[in-house]
Design a protein around this ligand. Sequence first.
Ligand SMILES: O=C(O)CCC(=O)C(=O)O
Length: 331
Amino acid sequence: MRQFHEGSIGTVAHPHVIGVDHQLNHHLNPTSRTICPVTLSHFPPTADPAEVSDHLRRFGYAIVDDVADAAAMDQLEAEALPYIEASDAGRDEYDGRFTRRTGALVARCPTARQLVMDPFVVGTVSNFLGHVSAVQLHLTQIISVAPGETRQKLHRDEMAFDFFPFDADYHVQCNTMWALTDFTTENGATHILASTSGIGDDEAIRMPDAQAEMRRGSVLFYEGKVLHGAGANTSSRVRRGVNITYAVGWVRQEENQYLACPPDIARTLDDDLLRMMGYTQGAFALGYVGDQTDPLAALRGGTAKAKTIGTVAEFNENAREFVTDIDDLGH
Ligand SMILES: O=C(O)CCC(=O)C(=O)O
């Protein structure tokens, strides 16, 4: 992902701020540009996913406390630890020379599959990205920020898509960061500049900055337009976060799910998880195999065909409009 720096012109300066968080105790002093302290909003695990999604849409982030219990976090940590220890530290300051990134979590860690398909998370993400035919898994990565790590440059994750200037109101991805350890200001909790989605970089960099402090098992949601970055770790312990990101079904996935999870393992997984990983049509005509075979069927050795435009038209208004003058839509 591209690094952010003040004055950068790598993104289009969008014309409006998506929202100003009135729940946040923050403001910019207009004369001195002093940034007052900020407190990020937290939701309980019983929150309505639609409410969380709404907050995410307005402010670019939402923190939900205690979504996973300690047993699940312990289990995931035990499954992941050998892979974390074998992962290299970052190759530059941006990735973090004291930061290890460990991916392929669906293949390597059964507990990560539960996080990917967590009903609360999937409900929130599906609501947030509800404008598309399919939502897919974009990446899985444990980010271990070790003591001594410096603060990561602020950035917007959506820049991964070749810097394409998506409209301010078109969201292409929805990130989650599960706290595998507590997230604190000292150990590198993610910095979030709330309400920076849809505004130009020069203005955004002057917005108040807060760190997503949260207990282990809590989840930070943040979208692809909001300025954010990992914090410096000035503590004596590693900060670990499980970054599981979802994207609209029509873009290339950041982590290649078909190779990160080899077919022999993929065949052992549930259909719903496989569809989330991309074994479904990402939109009309995207993702079939060979002679228009459905990707999930192809993985399982079946022959079921991908959906025709007529089938898609049954649930997609745009497709319905497109087929009005086609006489033979099959059955
Ligand atoms: O680890 C974090 O807190 C955020 C990491 C991040 O934003 C990134 O590496 O793109």
